[in-house]
Design a protein around this ligand. Structure first.
Ligand SMILES: O=c1[nH]c(=O)n([C@H]2C[C@H](O)[C@@H](COP(=O)(O)O)O2)cc1CO
Length: 211
């Protein structure tokens, strides 16, 4: 836990971000496994969606984020909410360097990355490139549309291993997310919750937060 706090201070993170830190971890060793993170509500997901590229899909982002919360803490919930985004921007003094550095900090600490890529966005493309460089597990979700052809640099990055790019309709989201988190990321919320309910109460370890 202390290592993580020191890391955050070294990266000049805001009070806002500190207050959103997943944790505390009971011990440093325990923070190392995805199963433990999930059990203690510390598995973190970086969600990417268009902001300046266009807000047409903002409501859909919000619905995806709601589904992602089953699997962990969504670090970028503001992507689905203009209100939350306004609060975060104010905390970061509307400073683009701070916004960028803050996001890259979250991206680097995230356990998995999910992006809705139908509405083209330079920022999302940039985040995905950085995520690949960081060796993150990535799921890109695209709703095929003739006037919004997906970039070959995203579709062509699919390798069915740690970078998945999937065409989808909203009704398929549950299955897609379950497959990604269970097969690619290797976490299973139901199993972790069963295990947790047979042992220590995880909510006590994180001050009452629940998944
Ligand atoms: O104010 C911001 N805050 C922020 O976190 N982002 C990040 C999160 C989104 O996944 C992504 C959107 O990029 P863009 O604004 O180029 O569409 O960039 C982008 C902006 C605006 O560029």
């Amino acid at each position: 836990m202390f290592q993580r706090l020191i890391y955050y201070f070294q990266n000049d993170y805001s009070k806002y971000q500190l207050s959103r830190l997943p944790g505390p971890y009971p011990s440093e060793e325990q923070s190392l496994t995805a199963d433990f993170d999930l059990k203690y509500n510390m598995f973190t997901i970086y969600f990417c969606g268009s902001i300046r590229g266009g807000r047409q899909d903002a409501d859909l982002y919000q619905r995806i984020i709601k589904k992602l919360k089953k699997y962990g803490k969504v670090l970028t919930e503001f992507v689905g909410s203009d209100e939350l985004m306004g609060e975060l921007d104010a905390t970061l003094d509307n400073d683009e360097v701070k916004i960028h550095n803050n996001d890259i900090g979250w991206l680097s600490t995230s356990s998995a990355v999910v992006a809705e890529v139908t509405q083209p966005s330079l920022g999302v493309g940039y985040e995905l490139g950085r995520a690949v460089a960081m060796d993150k597990k990535v799921l890109c979700l695209y709703r095929p549309q003739p006037d919004k052809l997906l970039s070959a640099m995203i579709r062509g990055a699919n390798n069915d291993k740690n970078f998945l790019c999937r065409d989808y309709e909203e009704s398929e989201l549950d299955t897609l997310l379950e497959n990604f988190f269970q097969t690619i990321v290797g976490i299973n919320p139901e199993a972790a919750q069963d295990e947790a309910s047979n042992g220590a109460n995880p909510s006590e370890a994180v001050g009452g937060e629940t998944l």
